[in-house]
Design a protein around this ligand. Sequence first.
Ligand code: SAM
Length: 285
Amino acid sequence: MESSGTLYIVATPIGNVADISERARQTLAEVDRILAEDTRTTRKLLEHYGIKTPCDAVHDHNERDKVSLIAQWLQSGQNLALVSDAGTPLISDPGYHVVSSLRQQGFHIVPIPGPSALTAALSVCGLATDRFCFEGFLSSKSAGRRQRLSLLAREKRTLVFYEAPHRLLASIEDMSEIFGPEREASLCRELTKTFETIWTGPLSQLAAFVGADTNQQRGEAVILVAGEASASKQDSLSQDDEHLLEILVAELPLKKASVLAAKYTGKAKQAFYQYGLSLSGDDAG
Ligand code: SAM
């Protein structure tokens, strides 16, 4: 691979075109070819920087087929840059198959780090950042989304989700129901752009804020949710408590079963509700 070219994985701005590193600009200007998720989007960005490097489309639908051609270009000594429409390639964006396959083949692959909505949102949301888990996009279907959220209900690390505008409110409402209305969360919307909004507070209030203002349901958004706090006495269920809920939920919808179990034991109804969800892994009513 001595005489082969290098593949640069280049982060580009997530909104504000000034958010590009000197090294990213230089790399995009100097490589022989840019592999772009959408060549029209990338050409517009390049025009802004006065860069004329030719672009070639590499996206979700063709990246598996393109790997051998990209390998040939590198073998012939060409240097290449891979970019996505915005932010860091491979972070909920194409490029995984290209990088994984070319790395296995021993090619030289170099990161040119820069913007990502993930790190930008974490850096300003005010929730814990020492440990977090990136969940990317939830399922576009309500049942799949709720099932995934139920599995994450006991996660202690800060959760980070990307979400499409038309599903934003429904997702936040589901989070409020499944994680509990008091759980702290943050909406980081249109980061680095004119209508940037960063709102942090309990999930129920976030749902009300987004529901009351359709402008908040537009544009690009990251939702972050605090991890589950260490269980308090009120929240931790004994084996007897769990057994009680199992009996009740066999006869009643989960919401009703949780209220009755909470009344009987003095424990938090949310703790029963979350335990019930974990039993079915889905919406149990
Ligand atoms: N690769 C990109 C990155 O590094 O962030 C993410 C690409 S993914 C297809 C697009 C999603 O990222 C959007 O739906 C939104 O959730 C998030 N996103 C991208 N730009 C954003 C911005 N300026 N503000 C808030 N979220 C953004």
